[in-house]
Design a protein around this ligand. Structure first.
Ligand SMILES: C[S@@+](CC[C@H](N)C(=O)[O-])C[C@H]1O[C@@H](n2cnc3c(N)ncnc32)[C@H](O)[C@@H]1O
Length: 256
């Protein structure tokens, strides 16, 4: 399932950036993939893959890693939580969570217009129509009103690859993250520019590398990283009693 390729190198990707920036991808013909995420799901998830409308039409390693992490570490603690996936492509992560985690609430998988039909096809293919809702959410645009405004959980896999979209993704995270939200964020660092996204994210949010994933050592060798992103804790207002008087310097002692 692992592929060394870049979403940017796809000539049909929504953002067509020079292929010289990235190794060429092995273009796959449209088809359906079945996965249990190494046995984490009893009933396999079926994913229609079709690249004709953009890079989100195939499975990406970051999506597999994020899915496996959530299925292995969070299958029991998502009950009653609102979940929104950004840049879902065909919907891999959200669908995996819907099948393997006990959420009990509709999961919103979102992407741009070209991915809408594929998301809906994959929901139907897995008979998850009552558990997963596909929506269009363009980063930087207002969040549609039917999507939970400050969801408990935001999912994003392999959404860092096109620099002009970095501030848009940051803006959407700003819109969605509430004081109790956590974003599980998996990305593959393909080039130096990708670090700029993490720099922007660390400036805006509280970003922590996830350390409780037993598989981390193997995928970090492939430059894949898993983080949580939260709002930074609000600064406490300073009260007068918290301001201590300035310490007397030796000089002022002498001047007395
Ligand atoms: C490399 S694919 C990853 C798909 C999926 N998350 C996975 O891991 O398999 C990146 C996805 O981000 C989406 N995307 C890119 N720019 C976007 C934007 N400005 N707004 C919303 N989605 C965007 C693409 O359409 C694509 O589906």
């Amino acid at each position: 399932m692992e592929r060394s390729s870049s979403p940017e190198s796809d000539p049909e990707a929504p953002f067509n950036v020079s292929a010289s920036l990235a190794p060429p991808r092995d273009i796959r013909t449209a088809g359906t993939t079945s996965t249990t995420f190494d046995g984490l799901l009893q009933e396999p998830l079926l994913l229609k893959e079709d690249l004709k409308n953009g890079c989100g039409g195939q499975l990406w390693p970051a999506g597999m890693i994020l899915s496996k992490y959530l299925l292995s570490q969070h299958s029991k603690d998502m009950t009653g939580k609102s979940v929104v996936e950004l840049g879902a492509g065909g919907g891999l992560v959200g669908l995996a969570v819907a099948r393997g985690c006990e959420v009990g609430m509709p999961i919103h998988i979102t992407d741009q217009i070209p991915m809408f039909e594929l998301m809906k096809d994959n929901i139907a293919l897995n008979n998850l129509g009552s558990a997963v809702v596909a929506s269009i959410l363009d980063w930087g645009e207002p969040v549609p009103s039917h999507i939970p405004s400050k969801p408990d959980i935001i999912l994003a896999a392999d959404c860092v690859y096109f620099e002009p979209a970095f501030p848009l993704l940051i803006a959407t995270l700003h819109d969605l993250l509430g004081p109790n939200s956590v974003c599980y964020f998996c990305y593959k660092r393909r080039r130096r520019a990708d670090l700029r996204f993490m720099k922007m994210a660390k400036k805006a949010f509280d970003v922590q590398e996830i350390r409780d994933d037993p598989n981390a050592a193997s995928y970090s060798r492939e430059s894949l990283y898993l983080y949580t992103i939260r709002l930074k804790p609000a600064k406490q207002p300073t009260t007068l009693t918290q301001i201590s008087p300035p310490a007397q310097s030796p000089r002022s002692e002498i001047e007395k």
